[in-house]
Ligand binder design. Structure first.
Ligand SMILES: [Zn+2]
Length: 299
């Protein structure tokens, strides 16, 4: 196997068609990557669902039970912003497992890509902004616990700040959190990552890539055993919820630079797709293809 990709058909559960979170995008992304011949039957793996005790490594038991039993109070359900269903609950166990599997595969293969993941607004005892549980923190803490990695760098390039990731990991100095995001965007109340790089509205490719250099410089200083890279495409100029002005070429340059830097320094990198919001699913899916197309260059 060259570069492994991780996907499960359960990722796109039935969902209200007009919901801002485009649940169909995972299946469409998988189909598009098959069409592009980036994914084929020999380089894609399906995760098995995680057990609840894996989730407990970064969330309260009370919150985990409340979510899986559809017992979230109105305030927490509203903050999460996703309509609960049995299928959504089942999907959640697979998508967390998918990110964990991707990180383990990255350690073995150098690069591995998850066709989902990046739920960085999820906190210890509540979800937020379409993020139920925090796959990034669960994967990082599990790898450290299993002694598969000592130092991990989470590079969050979603346009929104990785607030949940930062708070869950604030007591773990060996897991470095870095968020490059738009200053004037959700979440209103930012938390403190180890390195935050807030960008002004409407910043385009050149300035963004300059900011990314700061993050990569820090990453090389830290010398992590693994990078978990959130390649959110809501930085795109046409994104419905982002407020930056990047082009698809700029996103490709960003993703390539991250993986090239890791590759040159022999740092394994696991990618997750992060956020992306657009009415036109074709456009959105094409943007989520970018990180996988760039990863395939390292096969
Ligand atoms: Zn986002």
């Amino acid at each position: 196997m060259s570069i492994p990709f991780v996907y499960h058909p359960i990722y796109s559960v039935p969902f209200p068609a007009q919901h801002r979170f485009r649940m169909a995008k995972f299946r469409l992304l998988y189909e598009k990557l098959l069409q592009k011949n980036i994914i084929h039957k020999n380089n894609v793996l399906e995760p098995q669902p995680v057990a609840a005790d894996i989730i407990e490594i970064s969330h309260s038991k009370e919150y985990i039970d409340a979510f899986f039993n559809n017992k979230l109070d109105k305030t927490r359900a509203k903050k999460l912003g996703l309509p609960w269903s049995e299928q959504l609950a089942a999907r959640t166990k697979y998508s967390i497992a998918g990110t964990l599997l991707t990180t383990e595969l990255a350690l073995q293969h150098g690069i591995a890509c998850h066709l989902a993941g990046g739920t960085h607004h999820s906190h210890f005892d509540f979800g937020s902004g379409f993020c139920i549980f925090n796959d990034l923190t669960i994967a990082a803490l599990t790898l450290v616990k299993k002694q598969l990695a000592d130092v991990i760098f989470i590079l969050d390039c979603d346009v929104h700040q990785g607030d949940g990731t930062a708070t869950i990991l604030q007591e773990y100095p060996n897991i470095f959190t870095c968020s490059i995001h738009c200053r004037n965007n959700f979440p209103l109340k930012k938390t403190e990552s180890d390195l935050d790089i807030p960008l002004e509205k409407d910043i385009g490719d050149a300035e963004y890539l300059e900011a990314l250099q700061l993050a990569l410089h820090k990453m090389l200083e830290i010398e992590p055993d693994l990078v978990i890279y959130d390649a959110g495409v809501d930085v795109h100029v046409d994104d419905a919820l982002g407020k930056l002005a990047m082009t698809s070429q700029g996103i490709a340059a960003r993703d390539y630079l991250v993986m090239k830097t890791c590759h040159e320094h022999h740092i394994p990198v696991a990618t997750v797709i992060g956020g992306g919001y657009h009415k036109d699913l074709d456009h959105l899916v094409e943007r989520h293809c970018i990180v996988h197309e760039q990863a395939a260059k390292f096969a």
